[in-house]
Design a protein around this ligand. Structure first.
Ligand SMILES: C[S@@+](CC[C@H](N)C(=O)[O-])C[C@H]1O[C@@H](n2cnc3c(N)ncnc32)[C@H](O)[C@@H]1O
Length: 360
């Protein structure tokens, strides 16, 4: 699988697009805001503001979340300038994602964002798109003040090698043998180290990174928290295989390039890579099925929301492996499986990790 070509979220603004199905990720950005706020405050505790604040959001995707974190950062810096009666900086913003991301939609949303900034007297903000993998170098040496990334770093740069024995699973599952766990961890270790190493070249001395991604609360990767959703997706694929719509060996050869790390794994990689000090690490859960429940909605609506969220981030990948023709049917079966799962009293929770790093 050539990942750079097959990972993008569903583009555009159709019913199934990422833009219309990213409430979970938006909730996570909101919940992780205190870490962002403290980091920005800490960066400017001496009340010395640069003339230009250069910030990159990595894995920006397209849709309402794309400029949300950046907008939060600009607000925070601006408020600090006000408090300190300092001139606010200009902002150079880089929005990064893989080349197949829907950058056309992103660019179309920029003029209204800049207009809003002007109305609020926020000064100059220059926004550019950067297409490429954040596991490689993206920016010149010592050119960034701040890097942010939300809900992107649990995606690996590629499907790990050596997963032939992960039969009947599309990710680490309860039945995955130890070689599979090791292969996933090795790929994660390599990728996260590269991410840190490359950012250490790009950030100015003392520059900060805030990351939010899906992790797990248990050291055993087979018991990881949101395992159920991928198991239910596997079950739906097996249902299609039983109907003769796909072959079982097509399922055996499909593996998702994703890893949800445990706190200690993250800390160890940061320590061994050595370029950053871990200033803060926090974990929080988001209950996916509860996101839309406050109005008394039934679990069927929750299941539909859950499935639409997963569809927006997996459809391109699944279609490129199994073909487009099975996608609608697959997700109809998936909805039924999630309804059944929720109706048995289960919840669907994501265990999120947010952290702040400072370049040494
Ligand atoms: C779930 S979306 C998150 C988007 C947005 N940050 C949010 O919070 O809503 C994950 C994004 O990460 C991007 N991504 C995954 N791997 C990447 C990589 N190696 N380099 C750059 N972007 C990547 C995907 O293309 C996708 O747009």
């Amino acid at each position: 699988m050539v990942l750079q070509k097959s990972l993008p979220m569903t583009a555009g603004d159709s019913e199934c697009s990422y833009a219309n199905n990213s409430i979970l990720q938006r909730t996570v950005i909101v919940k992780a805001k205190p870490v962002l706020e403290d980091t920005i405050k800490n960066m400017f505790k001496n009340a010395i503001f640069p003339k230009c604040f250069t910030v990159a959001d990595l894995g920006c995707s397209s849709g309402p979340n794309t400029l949300l974190s950046i907008s939060n950062v600009i607000d925070m810096v601006h408020n600090l300038c006000k408090e300190n009666k300092s001139e606010p900086p200009e902002f150079q913003v880089y929005l990064n994602d893989l080349p197949d991301n829907d950058f056309n939609s992103v660019f179309k949303s920029i003029p209204s964002f800049i207009e809003k900034m002007k109305k609020e007297n926020y000064g100059n903000c220059f926004i550019a798109g950067v297409a490429g993998s954040f596991y490689e170098r993206l920016f010149p040496l010592n050119s960034l003040n701040f890097v942010h990334s939300s809900y992107s770093l649990h995606w690996l740069s590629q499907v790990p090698k050596g997963l032939e024995c992960n039969k009947g699973s599309i990710l680490i599952s309860k039945s995955s043998p130890p070689q599979v766990l090791e292969a996933y961890f090795k790929q994660y270790e390599k990728d996260f180290s590269s991410f840190l190493h490359n950012r250490s070249h790009e950030l100015m001395s003392g520059g900060h990174i805030v990351l939010v991604f899906v992790g797990r609360s248990n050291p055993d990767p087979r018991s990881y928290d949101c395992c159920c959703l991928m198991d239910l997706l596997t079950k739906s694929l097996l249902h299609l295989a039983a109907e003769g719509k796909i072959k079982e060996d097509e399922i055996d050869s499909f593996n998702m390039p994703s890893y949800t790390p445990y706190e200690e794994e993250i800390k160890k990689i940061i320590q061994i890579e050595g370029s950053f000090t871990l200033q803060r690490l926090e974990a929080f859960e988001s209950d996916m099925a509860a996101i839309e429940k406050p109005n008394g909605k039934h679990f069927e609506d929750s299941a539909k929301l859950v499935v639409k969220t997963i569809r927006a981030v997996t459809e391109v990948m699944l279609a490129s492996h199994f073909g487009n023709s099975i996608i609608d049917h697959l997700f109809d079966i998936y909805i039924k499986n999630v309804i059944e799962y929720l109706s048995m009293g289960n919840t669907i929770k994501f265990f999120n990790i947010s952290l702040c790093l400072q370049k040494k």
